[in-house]
Design a protein around this ligand. Sequence first.
Ligand code: SAH
Length: 249
Amino acid sequence: MVGKVYLIGAGPGDPELLTLKAVRALGEADVVLVDDLVGREVLRFARRARVIEVGKRGGCKSTPQQFIERLMARCARRGRVVARLKGGDPFVFGRGGEEMLALRAAGIDYEVVPGVTAGLGIAAAMDVPVTHRELAHGVTFVSGHLRNGTEPDWRTLALTGTTLVVYMGFARVRHIAAELLAGGMPPCTPAAAVSSGTLPGERRVVTRLARLADDVARAGITSPALLVIGGVVSLARGTAAGLTRRDAA
Ligand code: SAH
């Protein structure tokens, strides 16, 4: 019997944001390979699977990517159904693309199960419509993490008129905010930072760009966290009275 690998997006954390397809695939799985960003509650749907933790959080001890890819292929060749469970959507900053290409190159049967990416799930959970017509031309997902010494051109991004959703940018929030301001984004632009979004330990701060770096420290936000920057953040539930739509425009 030939096995198969499901590349599954687990959503941002809340198990109810799993898709029905993800729940079915987890139920079929013999082996689950899980990242450390995935909320552990979702593993209850993997009733009969052996769970292998393959976390790779920035800066910490991590499982080499090649090892994960080989392990998936080996299990599938032995006839196992493998669930590769990744936070959010597997193809949004999640190396799901690399894993898919490795499986394809190895001739392993696979199926991609999309998930709710953190940038959409966490924003929606705070009542932030990321493309609200009066306040944004669209939404830009960007990684704040440096790779090969390069980083996004924040000053250009400041001028797009789109909501900016920054993944993996928390450690550099001060730099990112300074660059956006230098690029001409108004200091009063509403901005939020969220850690453990949609999970019981969620922490969030809604403030303005000029104060973002100071306010995240005060609010006890820790890495990993998501940044959402733009006028639409003024619509967040429970937003302070001072942060009105008029300010956001
Ligand atoms: N594939 C994932 C993203 C992986 S990159 C997705 O589609 O959501 C990891 C980054 O995602 C983190 O550094 C953080 O910026 C963000 N992130 C993912 N889940 C999060 C959560 N529950 N709370 C806050 N940020 C989260």
